[in-house]
Design a binder for this molecule. Structure first.
Ligand code: 13P
Length: 263
């Protein structure tokens, strides 16, 4: 038991996976596991972030779940409202479709799609104004870590958003610390290293907002059933953002179960 009063979040980020039939099968399998052994939403908040194409189907299918499972968008437009922005989906459109959560700032968006801090701030501002809860991802590269810059990089990424998050909106921010070198590589930060960074993030948040002591800080990067218990035991690790292992309903269930048990 860590003694933290923050309810953990365990969110599966499916990225550009899977095909529709497999997504539907996943929901069947996952809801069956929840039926067999309930994970109380007071002990762990569970979410899944499918592709935009599957978002509404999955949300609909999850209505039959015995336990609330949040459906989370993987990204949002930097443009607000409606308009001539081919290919994009605004925060208002997500909200209008019943989606209440969104990932912003994932390292894949930053690195592959050029989401720099100004773009991310526009996305965050729009998402919060539309009433969405934002899971804001931060994390350093291997080069930055090896150069001893990990902490400074991550704290800067947190400070970057302070300009657009209004005082009362911090309660709608969740942070996900995902060291880039640990994503999809099988290498996890050691629980001690992850805890250390989470504690630094917590200190940084407390300096920015009175809400900082309550903000959930999730860890992401090769989280799997084998390391979930140890990570969940760390006092400032308030959940996980899970990529690869979330595609397997049973593995994802086991990770959520580990966090639910630990707090
Ligand atoms: P993996 O769990 O596959 O390392 O991915 C982590 C991640 O990027 C979640 O957003």
């Amino acid at each position: 038991m860590s003694g933290s009063t923050i309810t953990p979040w365990v969110v599966g980020n499916w990225k550009m996976n899977p095909m529709q039939a497999n997504a539907q099968q996943w929901v069947e399998d996952f809801t069956q596991l929840l039926k067999e052994q309930v994970i109380d939403s007071q002990s762990c908040r569970i979410g899944v972030a499918p592709t935009t194409l599957a978002l509404l189907n999955i949300k609909d299918q999850l209505k039959n779940s015995s336990v609330d499972v949040m459906t989370v968008a993987q990204d949002v437009s930097r443009m607000a409202g409606t308009g001539a922005y081919t290919g994009d989906i605004s925060a208002e459109l997500l909200k209008d479709s019943g989606i209440d959560y969104v990932l912003i700032g994932h390292s894949e968006r930053r690195e592959i799609f050029g989401d720099h801090p100004q773009i991310l701030n526009a996305k965050i501002k729009n998402a919060l104004s539309a009433g969405l809860t934002v899971i804001y991802c931060v994390g350093e590269s291997l080069e930055q870590r090896e150069a001893g810059q990990a902490e400074a990089v991550v704290l800067q990424q947190i400070c970057d958003i302070a300009a657009v998050v209004e005082t009362e909106q911090w309660k709608n921010i969740v942070i996900a610390y995902e060291p880039i070198w640990a994503i999809g590589t099988g290498k996890t930060a050691s629980p001690a290293d992850a805890q250390n960074m989470h504690a630094k993030i917590r200190e940084g948040l407390i300096q920015i907002t009175s809400e900082g002591k309550n903000t959930a800080i999730l860890y992401g990067g090769s989280v799997k059933p084998e390391n979930a218990v140890e990570l969940a035991a760390c006092p400032d690790i308030n959940g996980a953002l899970v990529g690869g292992a979330s595609l397997d309903a049973k593995s994802f269930y086991q990770i959520a179960h580990a966090f639910a048990q630990s707090k």
